[in-house]
Design a protein around this ligand. Structure first.
Ligand SMILES: [Zn+2]
Length: 193
């Protein structure tokens, strides 16, 4: 029996397993996380070692779903000093060597998890841009936050114009900040592009 994981992304370190001599083919054991102070069991996973493979079994859940994960991961070695070998996980998603694997709804290296996170952020960015374009449309300005600011549309009430401007600036700030980050600029500078 293992205790389910939550999505706060626990990780497992191959160097720690190697140090504790827990990478011996044929070994089967539970790997546990306990509370620092109380010793209460927070989560646990099941590990099985075969020749050059390590299999992780665990249950993970969040508010929406609960999954059983069983994932075999290849162990690869590279030579290091004094004829020793260093062992790595091969990330099941990108195949890169990794010392750490993160246990989420997928078991993968940090880079693969980070990429999934960036995609989510990207769609947030897209959503923000769409909202901004709606305001720009009402202002009669060309869509796209890089197209600068236009003038007050003829016939528009000043009060309405001021309200839309405020809304435009509120929506624009995080978009510019994000854009600046992508381009390696700060938000202030991005405004003048
Ligand atoms: Zn990866």
């Amino acid at each position: 029996m293992t205790k389910p994981l939550t999505t706060d992304l626990r990780h497992i370190d191959v160097r720690q397993l190697a140090r504790k001599k827990l990478l011996v083919p044929g070994y089967r054991y539970a790997w546990e996380w306990k509370h620092h102070h109380t010793g209460e069991l927070k989560a646990s996973i099941w590990i099985e070692i075969a020749d050059a493979y390590i299999t992780f079994r665990y249950k993970i859940s969040n508010r929406e779903q609960s999954c059983h994960i069983a994932q075999a991961v290849q162990l690869v070695t590279t030579p290091c000093n004094y004829g020793h070998q260093r062992v790595w996980f091969a990330c099941p998603h990108c195949g890169r060597k990794a010392a750490l694997l993160y246990l989420g709804f997928k078991l993968a290296c940090r880079r693969c998890h980070k990429m999934a996170y960036e995609v989510q952020r990207e769609s947030l960015h897209d959503r923000q841009c769409r909202k901004l374009d709606k305001v720009r449309e009402r202002l009669g300005w060309e869509a796209g936050f890089l197209n600068g600011h236009g003038n007050k549309p003829t016939g528009m009430h000043w009060y309405t114009y001021e309200k839309l401007l405020t809304e435009h600036h509120r929506l624009e700030a995080p978009i510019l900040a994000q854009f600046g980050k992508l381009c390696g600029l700060d938000a202030e500078l991005a405004k003048y592009l």
